[in-house]
Design a protein around this ligand. Structure first.
Ligand code: S5P
Length: 473
């Protein structure tokens, strides 16, 4: 009852200090509204501030698990401050504009990636202001999945936030506020029903969830791809329900063909190192292409080009391997600069693809974050050529039309004795954003490669479906 009393007290106080007004008003978007909120005035009333802080502390946030609180600027900032001091949890502060000088930080305060942050807001209509703060926090690697607010206008904000994986708790809903004010004879029944009608008829626009590539299903991403091979790969994955790429690092062509005969139906892509094959022949290439056609998978030659454009175009189109003839896509380093992509692009006629190496899986590799960033920027200039990136992290690139190809995967995390580092399917797909997963020795060296391929395929696909469901915990 104590709680009900305090809520009534809050509703009446907000009415008394004109934070809630009834009559005829115009909203920002030009719609007439019979009710208007302006909670900015509460800073002039310390007893109202105290009451709100008490209610938030005693009832709204008791079950919440969080490391920081963060107010949505500006009205909620002083409330977040009071709450932070009261519950002795650190506060983070989001700037509306990044500073033009100095640190250029958007989020002020000390935090670690993965910390949980509780959002505080005064009034929610569509939820878009809460989402601006949530998105900035998420960009920093913080978890922001709970928002505690004073007043819910009940115009769709709760649903919009829910769609963006933010749970909202409100001290007062509009209906609750109205019923308290009617019961206490502050507004008439007629005004109350006008407000109810208005709420029923005027809903806030939906706040579209940001186009986060890791939440978008492959069949949708196919539509967003500019490269023909990426489009095909997304579709193959969606149809065959597999995001397994087998790395056939074997030196005998018969062994490779035998293995593909067994696992072809379970993979979307085969990755070759053509120059390790002892008995390379044109008939091997012919058989490989036939298998790819029969089982509907594509071929990636992991050549990791790294020379000047002129040399790379010769390596790609000439010599005994004549890679361009049979490989749907190739891997390439970005180290030599744009020339390498220009060369590959000139030879591709818009029909082939390139996975650019933005990061590597092996220990002590010399790739820096700056190199990775420059690689992604370089790729942006060749949208028709780039299939995706060979990389290890979900924040390496954003474009949902590109594919994250991640090697260094085994069912259990481990290392080999030459620096290769293995992560689990769960880690690379759910945490690190991998789309296609490269498995070599995890399958090739298994006693029963086919059975092992099925285990990988099922595990990887389960992680992917869990990821796109958005429920990661
Ligand atoms: O960073 C990388 C990039 C690549 S393409 N790390 C890698 O391991 N690769 C390749 O993936 C590597 O050349 C090998 O063919 C495969 C991994 O094989 P595994 O046996 O270690 O699974």
């Amino acid at each position: 009852m104590e709680y009900e009393k305090k809520l009534t007290n809050l509703a009446l106080s907000l009415f008394k200090i004109d934070a809630v007004k009834f009559g005829e008003f115009m909203t920002k978007s030009g719609i007439k509204t019979p009710v208007y909120f302006d909670l900015r005035v509460i800073v002039s009333y310390p007893e109202v501030m105290e009451l709100i802080t008490d209610l938030l502390n005693d009832y709204a946030i008791v079950d919440s698990k969080y490391d920081h609180v963060c107010g949505v600027p500006y009205t909620a900032l002083p409330i977040a401050t009071l709450l932070s001091v009261k519950v002795k949890k650190s506060m983070l502060m989001r700037r509306k504009e990044a500073k033009a000088y100095g640190t250029k930080k958007v989020i002020e305060g000390h935090y670690k990636v993965g910390d949980k942050c509780l959002i505080i807001e005064d009034v929610v209509t569509s939820g878009s202001s809460v989402m601006e703060t949530v998105n900035d926090l998420r960009k920093e690697g913080l978890k922001a999945e709970e928002a505690v607010i004073i007043l819910d206008r009940e115009q769709g904000g709760r649903q919009n936030l829910d769609n963006n994986n933010v749970q909202m708790k409100a001290l007062l809903s509009m209906s609750k506020l109205i019923s308290i004010l009617v019961d206490n004879k502050k507004i008439t029944e007629q005004m109350a029903s006008e407000v109810k009608n208005y709420l029923q008829n005027v809903k806030a626009p939906a706040v579209a969830p940001p186009l986060d590539r890791i939440l978008i299903p492959f069949e949708k991403r196919a539509e967003l791809a500019s490269n023909a091979i990426a489009k095909q790969l997304f579709n193959i994955m969606a149809i065959k329900k597999t995001n397994l790429c087998l790395s056939v690092d074997l030196t005998s062509s018969t062994q490779i063909l035998d293995l593909l005969e067994k696992v072809g139906e379970h993979i979307c892509l085969v990755k070759t190192h053509i120059d390790i094959i002892q008995d390379f022949s044109q008939s091997f290439v012919t058989s490989l292409k036939q298998l790819a056609m029969r089982f509907n998978f594509l071929i990636l030659e992991d050549r990791k080009y790294a020379d000047i454009g002129h040399t790379v175009s010769l390596q790609y189109t000439q010599g005994i391997y004549n890679v361009k003839d049979w490989a749907d896509c190739v891997t390439s380093h970005s180290l030599p600069g744009q020339g390498i992509l220009k060369a590959l692009n000139n030879s591709s006629n818009g029909e082939k693809g390139v996975f650019l190496l933005a990061e590597m899986s092996c220990e002590g590799n010399l790739i820096t974050p700056e190199y990775t960033k420059a690689t992604v920027e370089m790729a942006e200039k060749y949208p028709e050529l780039i299939t995706g990136f060979v990389c290890q992290n979900k924040n390496t690139f954003k474009n949902p039309g590109l594919i994250q190809l991640t090697p260094g995967v085994k069912l259990e995390s481990s290392k080999d004795d030459l620096g290769q580092v293995y992560n689990t399917p769960e880690k690379v797909i759910l945490e690190n954003g991998a789309d296609i997963i490269v498995v070599g020795r995890g399958i090739v060296a298994a006693k029963n490669a086919e059975a092992q391929a099925v285990i990988y395929k099922d595990t990887l696909w389960r992680c992917y479906t869990k990821r796109i469901s958005g429920k990661l915990e």
